[in-house]
Write a new protein. Structure first.
Length: 300
C-alpha cells in the first residue's frame, strides 16, 4: 500500500488546526481542497478518518475515528522526522555541522596542508575533520572507494574515475651529504650519479614517480636502489652518507641550512619542480564543507 504524503499532510494540518478553514489557510489552498483531500485519503485507505455524523457536528473541532487517531500519531512522527531532516541539512549547508574527509600524501600532509586545516577548523568548529595520510596510490583508491572526499597528492593517478587538477607547484632538489665526494662538483655527470646509491620511497609514492622519471630521462642507471618509507627518513639517511635522493625542497631545507645536506644540479637541467594535484571523484557534487575547504586551500 502506498500513501500519498501530500494528502497525509492535509489530514495532519486539519487535525492540528481543528478547522477546515484554518487548515486551508495554513496550507495556502482552498477549504474545499482540504475537504476533498481528506476524503481522497480515506478512499485510498478504505477507512473513515474523521467523524461526520450528527454527534460530531454538535462537538467543537474535528473528531477522529479510532483509525484517524492512529493515523494522526503516525503522521506526527513522519513529519517530525521531516523537520529533523530539513534542520540537519540546513545545518550542513550553512556549515554548522557535518563531516569532511580529506586525504593527502605524506609531504603534502606534513608541510602544505597544516595551515589550511587550522584555518578551516577554526572557522567551522562544528565540522568533523578527518585527515588520511598515505601515498598517492592509496589516496587514489580511497577516493574511488568513497572513503575520502578529496585528496592532495604529489604524483599522477591513472584512473578515469578520478579528476585531477593542479593545486600548487613544488620545488624538488637533488641532495647528497655535505661531505660526500660526489657533492664537491655540484654538477656531477650522469656516469658519476649512476655509481651512487639512490634512496627512494615505496611504490605508489609521488616522489618515487618523479625520481624514476628524471633518472630514466637523463640516462642515469643506478647500481643500487634503497627503498625507505618516508621523505624525512630518506633525507636523514642521505645526510648520514647513505647515497643521493631527489626530495621536496620543504623537506630538506633545514638540513641544507645547517650544512648536513648539499644540493646537486643535474647536467643540462634547471630547477626541478612538480605539480601538486587535487584529486576528486569525477562528476561527484561537492558538499558545502568540501567546497569551503578547497577555497581555503586554493587561497593559501
Amino acid at each position: 500500500m502506498a500513501m500519498n504524503l501530500h494528502l497525509l499532510r492535509m489530514f495532519l494540518t486539519l487535525v492540528e488546526r481543528q478547522s477546515f478553514s484554518r487548515a486551508a489557510e495554513a496550507l495556502y489552498v482552498s477549504q474545499s481542497a482540504v475537504s476533498k483531500g481528506v476524503r481522497e485519503l480515506e478512499n485510498q485507505l478504505d477507512l473513515p478518518l474523521i467523524e461526520r455524523g450528527a454527534g460530531a457536528k454538535t462537538q467543537r473541532g474535528v473528531q477522529l475515528t479510532d483509525s484517524g487517531q492512529a493515523l494522526y500519531e503516525h503522521a506526527r512522527g513522519i513529519f517530525a522526522m521531516e523537520r529533523i531532516a530539513i534542520e540537519d541539512i540546513r545545518d550542513r549547508i550553512e556549515l554548522r555541522k557535518g563531516r569532511l574527509r580529506i586525504g593527502a600524501s605524506t609531504t603534502v600532509a606534513g608541510y602544505w596542508l597544516p595551515a589550511c586545516i587550522a584555518r578551516f577548523v577554526r572557522q567551522y568548529p562544528g565540522i568533523e575533520f578527518d585527515l588520511t595520510v598515505a601515498n598517492t596510490g592509496e589516496i587514489g583508491h580511497a577516493i574511488v572507494d568513497g572513503r575520502i572526499d578529496a585528496g592532495f597528492v604529489e604524483g599522477a593517478v591513472n584512473d578515469a574515475r578520478i579528476e585531477a587538477s593542479q593545486w600548487k607547484s613544488e620545488a624538488l632538489l637533488l641532495v647528497v651529504a655535505t661531505d660526500s665526494p660526489v657533492g664537491a662538483k655540484r654538477r656531477p655527470t650522469t656516469a658519476e650519479l649512476s655509481k651512487q646509491t639512490w634512496l627512494v620511497r615505496e611504490p605508489g609514492s609521488g616522489t618515487r614517480q618523479v625520481t624514476q622519471s628524471l633518472v630514466e630521462a637523463r640516462g642515469i642507471t643506478p647500481g643500487t636502489w634503497v627503498e625507505i618509507g618516508s621523505n624525512e627518513a630518506i633525507a636523514r639517511a642521505v645526510a648520514a652518507g647513505a647515497g643521493v635522493a631527489i626530495l621536496p625542497a620543504v623537506v630538506v631545507a633545514d638540513l641544507i641550512a645547517i650544512g648536513r645536506l648539499r644540493r646537486l644540479r643535474l647536467e643540462g637541467s634547471g630547477d626541478l619542480t612538480r605539480p601538486l594535484l587535487r584529486l576528486e571523484l569525477a562528476n561527484r557534487p561537492r558538499s558545502p564543507a568540501l567546497q569551503s575547504f578547497l577555497d581555503t586551500a586554493t587561497s593559501s
